[in-house]
Unconditional design. Structure first.
Length: 213
């Protein structure tokens, strides 16, 4: 059995992609708009968890430059190393969010941009609920996914073989509200990553607030 066989599938994919991933998605206006909305609502000096932090750009860098305290977690050692180098003002850890303990109400906000897609539907549901508990009452959760009705589907992403599970936009929104989050903003738009082997894909961005109680 190879070393790759012991690692999370997402780690294998994103170790291979490295900075190519950042460059492919750098032109996403909806991602930047999602961050702008989040920043408008965050109190100064907020503590933010970035799940699937990737190269650290744009999410961790944008938040750190705005004066917030960011902890990024990612399953890819390559991504964690890149992020630590590119965003020295944030903290990054090699970790799988499914297995990472999070204290209740320990963050002012959580971001999870496209980091759930290689989890099962049950795992995605559990992780969103876990993230909702990790923010304080009134805290914010920013999420992005590819809204498709697929389960453990084989595909190719930027030249890398992947298995993807997702929900329709309506089902994912219900998942979020079922976790005790109130949706404040929702944007869905197609996006084609800047990569020769990329194809257009739908993107869904949600900004939600943890309800009190």
């Amino acid at each position: 059995m190879t070393e790759e066989d012991h690692r999370a599938p997402a780690a294998v994919v994103f170790d291979a992609l490295g900075l190519d991933y950042e460059q492919a998605f750098a032109g996403s206006a909806p991602h930047r708009e999602s961050l702008r909305r989040l920043l408008e609502l965050l109190p100064p000096g907020s503590r933010v968890l970035d799940v699937g932090s990737g190269t650290g750009r744009p999410t961790a860098r944008t938040l750190t430059e705005a004066g917030h305290r960011v902890l990024g977690v990612d399953v890819s050692p390559v991504m964690v190393e890149l992020a630590a180098r590119q965003v020295p003002g944030a903290e990054f850890r090699l970790a799988d969010i499914r297995e990472t303990p999070l204290d209740p109400a320990s963050f002012d906000a959580v971001c999870a941009y496209f980091s759930l897609l290689q989890m099962s539907r049950a795992e995605q549901t559990a992780v969103v609920a876990k993230l909702a508990r990790a923010v304080r009452p009134g805290g914010l959760v920013a999420l992005a996914t590819v809204p498709l009705d697929v389960e453990d589907a084989e595909g190719v992403f930027m030249g890398q073989p992947v298995r993807v599970t997702s929900f329709t936009a309506e089902a994912f929104t219900r998942l979020v509200t079922g976790a005790g989050l109130a949706v404040l903003a929702r944007e869905q738009a197609p996006f084609t990553p800047a990569h020769p082997e990329a194809t257009p894909e739908p993107h869904l961005f949600l900004l939600a607030r943890r309800e009190a109680g």
